[in-house]
Design a protein around this ligand. Sequence first.
Ligand SMILES: Cc1cc2nc3c(=O)[nH]c(=O)nc-3n(C[C@H](O)[C@H](O)[C@H](O)COP(=O)(O)OP(=O)(O)OC[C@H]3O[C@@H](n4cnc5c(N)ncnc54)[C@H](O)[C@@H]3O)c2cc1C
Length: 280
Amino acid sequence: MSVLYRNDRPGEHAPSWYAAKLPSDAERPPLKGEVTADVAILGAGFTGLWAALTLARAGRSVVVLDAHRVGFGASGRNGGQVNLGFNQSQRTLEARLGAARARALWDLAEAARAQLRDFCATHAPEACYRPGSAFAEYTPRAVAELEDEAGWFPILAIDWRITDSMSLRTGRGFASTRGPGLALVWDASERWSFSVGGRYEKERFRLDDGGIAPDGIGQETSVPLYLGITRSFGRTASFSVIAGAKMGGRLRLEDDTGDLLEESDYDTAPFAGATFDLRF
Ligand SMILES: Cc1cc2nc3c(=O)[nH]c(=O)nc-3n(C[C@H](O)[C@H](O)[C@H](O)COP(=O)(O)OP(=O)(O)OC[C@H]3O[C@@H](n4cnc5c(N)ncnc54)[C@H](O)[C@@H]3O)c2cc1C
């Protein structure tokens, strides 16, 4: 006997949140006599019910039969988490099936998530679907495998002192992770320095679930050119102000499966900013 059913009584739901929330009219009578339909589906879990819905939407008549009850199996007991991918890591799937097939499986899972999200929005708002999932591991080995999967990319850092007061730098901090750039810096005195620079920036970000592309992805590329001035306070602190213009700006909008929805250029846009650096 399956571990899942070991403590169950035939035809009765295991005690679960799902069973506790069932409306009183959710009883489904056993099939008596004969029924004719285009398709008979055995098993009224997620798989059977989704198949039935898909067929019914395509105009087929469908009968769903379950040996116990609707949602008697895993579907009536699960944690309700709509996770990414499969219960094997993408790296494992790639090793077993090759990159193209693993990618096709990933796309399949993403399409299923999108379908479920749309279904909840239109048919089951009470399910309170919320996008996003946290992923954690609890054995040292699994944590090490997870770390191996983390993406990495090289950052080229240049700090070339051309003369005592003039240098060419790639920039520091978070900005340098957005794309390659260079700044020519003139240290006019111990306190003041001036810079002129530019960078190619590319930023991708997840969109919220209330806009035109729920759970989609936005991407902005641009080339900001700027002038900056920095006032140093000894070796530990400095205050900088920069101002410039974003050139060649381009916005791209993808849906939650990565398909392109829209792409457009935007006009040159001015920007200004200030930073305060403190070194310990
Ligand atoms: C404790 C637990 C937590 C989980 N948490 C998550 C989660 O958070 N996120 C997630 O994505 N997945 C989760 N899962 C997995 C997920 O619930 C299952 O993958 C999914 O429910 C499987 O759906 P199913 O319709 O294929 O099977 P089931 O829901 O098991 O449905 C099979 C149905 O077929 C019926 N049946 C069997 N044999 C016959 C027969 N001969 N004739 C007629 N009927 C028959 C059974 O009575 C049952 O109702 C969890 C699973 C469990 C057990």
